[in-house]
Design a protein around this ligand. Structure first.
Ligand code: FAD
Length: 530
């Protein structure tokens, strides 16, 4: 990109303050879309602390969009079973994550090692000459005008101050965001009093396969095995204990001893955290946007903190690209907060509720909880709800940039996350659907749609700068003149029938913009402004 830090008139499209996981992901997504991006990161090395540990199916699908999933999965572990045990050590609930399929192409619980993940995401920038990461550079201030932002940042090693101009600034600089503070945007919500010790380590030899929530009123804890023999424990700090005491090696050895021989474990990090459940008052201020922990924080009991930031990145990146490339007006960017904020609020509520279940400290309440949870699961529908992880918040937007305005019917296709079944290519290879879609809008329809309909769908895809993808059921014979992906699972056919749709338009983030009968294509087209 050839940025000269001494010149204040240097132009990039997007400046990102903070290259944690959300900033690094956003840099990759923007890089793929051809957006000139400069990342400013205060630290010189990736974050080494044991923080985010789990990722879900939506997160994996977003990594898939960066083209880095295969690489990242080498350092991830699929977790097929999670359990909740009471103070007696007896299990009162289990979640069969390995058998859970929300339809998005991946199972919903994966563990990873944050430093490896961040390193791989940063390596991903090397694919793009128009993406640059500057480490050891701390954001200081921002000025805005009608054409963009002027960002001042400080070289940490020398104290030298530079400035850079861009069209937009993204605050991906974490919970204590300097950008948010510079804009005077308040955080509100609940700061939890409870403190937790998070410990990361590596075990020598065979590792126990664990994902256990220990709901013991004497000390709630979470234990899990990650990829490459990584172990993660989180222990609640109890009244009268101090941070210094908990972080001592001998205390840690005593805490982990019930689960694994401490002599077999190399502790890499141990740190006490306080969890918060907070939201920034606004996520956009003219040309500046807040993402990830800069916009919202939540307790880690559902492993949704980072994943929420990833959803922010996936939601905003393509909108920025369309506005920057003259394909949409600036007002499209208002839909970022409109779509994401309600979903984050719902996820936060769920994390807090799971936290209450997990952290009951009164022994009588904890015993009643265990008995209640076991009893209620005698009802098959309740058992399925828990074991099938149905309590997880579905990815759904009630309003935003969608055909037909705010959603009245929660089952309507618009605003839902499109399914990602396997499809077979002409070559015979089976791939996940997104591999055939590209990084822009997609128009999907059945292969045997009338020729005029197919032509209109193709024209719409081209005007959007995206692709037309047609599919045919596995049992129908291919025709050379009508290439199509094969719907090997039948799920695309079923989805189209359920929504009575002939044509579906997917946004680049795989949310359904519109699903209509062919005669409504002109309406859909005009809603898209093409
Ligand atoms: C103990 C613990 C366990 C967790 N477990 C999970 C989990 O299992 N799953 C999950 O999804 N989430 C989890 N989370 C939450 C998750 O870690 C965060 O949501 C995630 O790290 C947020 O990413 P981010 O990129 O927004 O911010 P951060 O990770 O905080 O990154 C911000 C980046 O900005 C940089 N920066 C800061 N100030 C400046 C500045 N002035 N200029 C330039 N750069 C700056 C920082 O150096 C850093 O690199 C957990 C959190 C904790 C504390």
């Amino acid at each position: 990109m050839g940025c000269d830090s001494q010149q204040s008139d240097m132009q990039v499209d997007v400046i990102i303050s903070g290259c944690g996981p959300v900033g690094a992901l956003t840099g990759n997504l923007l890089g793929l879309m051809g957006v000139r991006t400069l990342l400013l990161e205060r630290d010189v090395a990736p974050h080494g602390e044991p923080r985010a540990f789990s990722c879900d199916d939506e997160g994996l699908r977003i990594y898939q969009a960066t083209g880095l999933l295969e690489l990242l999965q080498k350092d991830m572990k699929e977790t097929r079973f999670a359990e909740y045990v009471g103070g007696s050590g007896k299990r009162f609930a289990e979640v069969h994550t390995g058998q859970t399929d929300f339809g998005f192409g991946h199972t919903p619980l994966w563990f990873f090692h944050q430093p490896l993940l961040e390193g791989a995401l940063r390596d991903g920038f090397q694919r793009f000459p128009h993406v640059e990461l500057r480490q050891g550079m701390a954001f200081e201030s921002v000025e805005q005008d009608a054409r963009g932002v002027t960002v001042r940042y400080r070289e940490v090693a020398t104290g030298a101050v530079h400035s850079v101009r861009g069209r937009y600034l993204l605050a991906c600089d974490g919970a204590r965001s300097a950008v948010r503070k510079a804009l005077g945007i308040e955080m509100s919500g609940k700061a939890y009093g409870e403190q937790w010790l998070a410990v990361s380590g590596t075990i020598d030899g065979p590792a126990p396969d664990l994902c256990r929530f220990v709901c013991d009123p004497k000390r709630p804890a979470f234990i899990a095995t990650g990829a490459r023999n990584q172990l993660r424990w989180e222990f609640m700090m109890m009244p009268g204990e101090t941070r210094e005491h908990l972080e001592k090696p001998e205390t840690i050895a005593g805490l982990i001893a019930p689960y694994v021989d401490p002599k077999r474990v190399r502790i890499e990090r141990a740190q006490v955290y306080t969890f918060h459940c907070l939201n920034a008052a606004r996520w956009r201020e003219r040309n500046v946007f807040l993402l990830g922990d800069a916009a919202h924080t939540m307790p880690p009991f559902m492993g949704q903190g980072l994943v929420s930031g990833m959803r922010d990145a996936a939601n905003l990146a393509w909108k920025l690209k369309r506005v920057l490339h003259g394909q949409a007006s600036d007002s499209l960017l208002d839909s970022y907060e409109q779509e994401r904020r309600p979903h984050v609020a719902d996820v936060q509520k769920l994390c807090v509720n799971v936290g209450h279940l997990f952290m009951a400290r009164n022994p009588v309440v904890a015993t009643l909880r265990d008995v209640f949870m076991r009893t209620v699961q005698r009802i098959p529908r309740v058992r399925r709800f828990i074991q099938g992880f149905e309590f997880k918040q579905p990815p759904l937007h009630a309003q935003g940039y969608y055909f037909g305005g705010p959603k009245v019917d929660p089952k309507a296709a618009e605003g839902s996350y499109f399914i990602q079944p396997k499809v077979r290519l002409e070559s015979g290879e089976e791939v996940l659907l997104d591999q055939t879609l590209g990084n822009d809008f997609t128009v999907l329809c059945r292969w045997d749609a009338p020729a005029a309909e197919l032509a209109a769908a193709r024209e719409l895809a081209e005007s959007l700068g995206g692709r037309l993808v047609t599919f045919r059921p596995a049992q129908q014979t291919p025709k050379a003149e009508a290439p199509a992906v094969v719907d090997v699972t039948g799920k695309l056919t079923e989805w189209f029938s359920r929504h009575a749709a002939d044509v579906v338009v997917l946004r680049p983030d795989r949310f359904v913009f519109g699903a209509v009968k062919a005669q409504r294509l002109p309406e859909l087209r005009s809603a898209l402004g093409v």
